[in-house]
Design a protein around this ligand. Structure first.
Ligand SMILES: [Fe+2]
Ligand SMILES: [Fe+2]
Length: 290
């Protein structure tokens, strides 16, 4: 290796080291006494409701189900309301799949957005922090939690072992369909995530709602923020294309805020509201289709 490349590698390693260190202190000092390794613990010790949730989710998310849900919701004919109205609806929802948060979704929305804002990121990224989970209002359309929250994964191809609780896939009817259980299944190699049928939930639904209003990076983060097997565990690279590779860093950065800003302490929402009202107005009309 030439001295120049060696120098570059050292710079890169120290940059990554510094970033890692920054994220570690982000997790430990700024927002919580909890270390990064204590979040997202999906083991034998995980609480029964979270395990039951994933059992239902992994058993019932099939190609047929996803296609049906996409058809039902892509019409965006379920409600007309503004983003603030949607935020209020969200306040009644507690995410049953989340072992790290017992606060309301509104608190989580503001905590995520504020953490992003404090670090000086672009305005669209702060807005993503605020609205990224608004799709969870699917529960107010009587959708069960297993069809709204939790990590997402593609259906129609082999389920990865890097999805949480992969053992529960054995009871999914698609697990026994050989067409859906090859590495690429119904897709082609490096087709890109946008060509996949992702398990149905709040990511895909909100993407459909906001895609005409936000920059493409924002839409991408919203659409795949629960795809932890890909952005955290490095699975499904055989289905990624160049566009996904380009967008992945945004997804990974967002995930740090989504996860590590979860602390059991509330914010003064009234005080924050004027800034966020302005921000929402910058991108969205008074009312949008849901
Ligand atoms: Fe989410
Ligand atoms: Fe979230």
């Amino acid at each position: 290796m030439s001295k120049f490349f060696l120098f570059l590698s050292v710079c890169r390693l120290s940059f990554l080291g510094a970033l890692e260190h920054e994220l570690e202190s982000f997790a430990r000092e700024k927002y919580s006494s909890k270390g990064k390794e204590e979040y997202r613990q999906y083991t034998e010790e995980t609480s029964l409701p979270v395990k039951e949730f994933y059992k239902a989710n992994h058993t019932r998310q099939t190609v047929d189900f996803v296609q049906k849900q996409r058809e039902i919701y892509s019409s965006l004919s379920h409600a007309k309301m503004g983003v603030w109205e949607a935020m209020q609806l969200l306040d009644t929802i507690v995410d049953e799949s989340d072992p790290d948060l017992n606060l309301t979704q509104t608190v989580h929305a503001f905590q995520t957005a504020e953490a992003i804002r404090r670090d000086g990121h672009p305005r669209w990224f702060i807005l993503v922090g605020l609205i990224h989970d608004l799709g969870k209002l699917l529960t107010s359309f009587k959708e069960p939690q297993w069809a709204v929250v939790g990590d997402t994964f593609p259906v129609g191809c082999r389920f990865s072992n890097r999805v949480v609780f992969p053992e529960y896939f054995q009871e999914n009817p698609d697990f026994h369909n050989p067409d859906y259980q090859t590495e690429c299944g119904i897709y082609t190699s490096h087709c890109g995530f946008d060509a996949l049928l992702m398990s149905w939930g709040h990511d895909e639904y909100l993407y459909q709602v906001i895609k005409d209003y936000l920059p493409e990076e924002a839409s991408y983060v919203i659409r795949y923020h629960s795809f932890y097997a890909a952005h955290r565990e490095g699975a499904y690279t055989h289905l990624m294309n160049d566009y996904d590779q380009k967008m992945l860093p945004w997804l990974q950065l967002f995930s740090q805020y989504d996860l590590y800003s979860k602390v059991n302490e509330s914010l003064d929402v009234d005080e924050l509201k004027p800034f966020y009202e302005e921000l929402v107005k910058e991108y969205f009309p008074h009312s949008i289709d849901w």
